[in-house]
Structures are given as structure tokens and as C-alpha cells.
Design a protein. Structure first.
Length: 168
């Protein structure tokens, strides 16, 4: 019997890529939360159609408002488990915020996951993240790719180009 992955959005056989999407959700006001959740939910729906993707984890997938997030103890346990299983970590950083998503980014970097940071522009990123690029600034970090846009279509294009096996 094949091993399985369970996450906030689906359960799938382990055979392909697992993606973890992080965003500063719990610190947003209700309208910004709904807007960002809608953007990420639309992205997830498209990503699930990529044949090489088995699982997508997004903690805010089924949470209607910031006040509904679980207690920090169970949230960190679920997040770290999903981070350990993921192959690709995507940070949607739509506005400067003191957010747990930055802790998740640090963990993904420490675990040497493939990382994509999505932000409207470089100026909103925390200082140390601004210099992370495809060529690591230190051998301790994996390459970090960035998209300066919050258009989910650009993220989808990046994913397809990076995780879909080429056909020869």
C-alpha cells in the first residue's frame, strides 16, 4: 500500500511534488484576509491540475476569518509536519507583517527546500530576505527564487516550469 500525505487541502498518494504555501494570514484585517485567501485558493485549484503535484498545504484553506485560526501549539505542529513533507515552499508576502509565515520560511530554508517568494516588490521584504536569490549568498542556504508580482498566473507558470518533468 502506498504511503499517503494528509494536509489542509487534500490527501494524495506520495509519488510527486508536495507544496507548502505560507502567507501572513492571521495578522490581516478581514477584507485583506478574504482577498489573499481567494488568490491562494484559486492558485491551489490550478496547481492541483499539474500532474506532478500530489499535495498542497495551505493552513488558511478552510478558515473563514483570522479569528478562526487554531491555537499556536496545534498550528505549529501541523505546519512543521507539512513543511517536513513538502518539496516546494511558497511564501506569499503581500505586505510587510510580523507573521508566522516568516518562521515557516526560516524552517523551509533550514531544511533546504526549494523556495519561491512572491511579493509585489522587493522593498516590502524583510532586510535579509531581499538579498536571497537563485544563487545562495551562503552554502548554508538553498537557492531562493522570487517573483515580484502577486498574480497567481505567474506563480502557476513558475511551478509548471520548475516541477513538471520535461518531455523528450
Amino acid at each position: 500500500m502506498a504511503a499517503t500525505r494528509s494536509d489542509a487541502t487534500n490527501t494524495a498518494d506520495v509519488a510527486g511534488v508536495a507544496i507548502f504555501i505560507a502567507a501572513p494570514m492571521s495578522v490581516l484585517n478581514a477584507q485583506d484576509y478574504r482577498d489573499l485567501q481567494r488568490t491562494i485558493t484559486e492558485l491551489i485549484a490550478r496547481v492541483k491540475n499539474i500532474p506532478s503535484v500530489d499535495a498542497v498545504y495551505f493552513a488558511g484553506a478552510n478558515i473563514a476569518a483570522p479569528a478562526e485560526f487554531s491555537d499556536p501549539t496545534s498550528a505549529i505542529a501541523a505546519d512543521m509536519e507539512a513543511l517536513d513533507r513538502c518539496d516546494v515552499f511558497i511564501l506569499y508576502y503581500s505586505a510587510p507583517a510580523a507573521t508566522s509565515a516568516l518562521v515557516e520560511l526560516g524552517y523551509a530554508l533550514a531544511r533546504r527546500k526549494r523556495v519561491l517568494i512572491v511579493a509585489p516588490d522587493e522593498s516590502i521584504l524583510p532586510f535579509l530576505i531581499r538579498n536571497m536569490t537563485e544563487r545562495p549568498v551562503t552554502p548554508l542556504l538553498p537557492p531562493v527564487e522570487r517573483i515580484f508580482s502577486t498574480d497567481s498566473k505567474e506563480v502557476l507558470t513558475w511551478l509548471i516550469s520548475r516541477i513538471t518533468p520535461s518531455r523528450h
